[in-house]
Design a protein around this ligand. Sequence first.
Ligand code: 3PG
Ligand code: MG
Length: 396
Amino acid sequence: MLGIKYFPQKLNIEGKRLIVRVDLNVPLKDKKIQDPTRILQVLPFLQDLIKRKSKIILISHLGRPKGIRNSDLSLLPIYRYLKEKLNTNMYFYTGEIKNEVKTKCSYLKEGEILLIENIRFFKEEAENNENFAKKLGELGDIYINDAFSCSHRKHSSIYSITKFVKEIYAGPLLKKEITAINSIIKNKKDPVTCIIGGSKVSTKIGVISNLIKIVSNIVIVGAMANNFLAYKKYEIGRSLREENTEDMIKKILEKAEKNKCKIVIPEDCMVSKSFEGDAILRDIKSIEKDDIILDIGSKTIKIIEEIIDNSNTIMWNGPAGYFESKNFALGTNAIAQKVSENTKNRSLTSVLGGGDTVSAINKNGLDLSFTHLSTAGGAFLEYLEGKDLPGLSVLK
Ligand code: 3PG
Ligand code: MG
């Protein structure tokens, strides 16, 4: 995206209060960090800001608490992790966004950091409330958005806040993401295949619908595929499914046919009676009433591998199954290996995005290469579609 104002490397920020919006939305289990990639990626910039003697006010969200405080989604474990990695005084602020936090920010010393508790604990964040954004904006002298992965959200700390701080910039991580994705879009070679996993159709409907016009194949995997299978009247047992998706799927399939875009859905699956159970291979026509679909099957893997071999560009977002259990990580790992192999051997252009996808890739311990690995999921897909992301439009 042209015209974005990037944070100047030589700017004198000594003693200045910097509001830095980052994405510390990492996967947690029992309040333990499962994959620190996103945190590790923001560390170099924070270290640089500390060295340059600025005062840092960090803002991030975690999960989707919908304006309600929820201790499972507290940033406390992330605060502790950051504190251990950064050699400076760091504070965690859990109160309201009122005068108290303003005072605390004004007391920050050079090189110190104050992390605000999960910004989505405040309902005003997702409402893009201007009053709230103003209060956030008043905490600093300079605002930096270094969360490309959140820039598709028209939220207070991403969007409206920029009206209330004089100096606003995009951070280095955001710049790196945009530069990489731009170069891929520019050099993208046909046939293009998009592999989409994850669980919710409704959150990706717009993206899928727009991608149909620009790609040759859309491969639907993960829990998202269950909705397509149910639409085609297959038994999906107790598998995760989203209500009222029939109309959306009908439209997707009609549009795909019109645009000659092939939609590929699983032909077999790995199922189990529970998330912890063993994996059983079943043809899509023989799923039982108490089965849960947790991965794609071997026949589907072969079909997808062949599509990858015949593509020149791959865009992939969302794992193929419940990769958190190694019993159901085969599909995701097979796709990852095939994409990586083609990237290494015949310079397939591959771009992967999404917190879960990245964490699945990191977890399998394989030595893989891709053209670009983006920490962004939804933002990455919307950017690929050519959309003007609200969080980026305000940085121009
Ligand atoms: C993500 O993980 O996709 C980003 O952190 C944005 O989160 P969101 O999809 O809940 O807005
Ligand atoms: Mg998302």
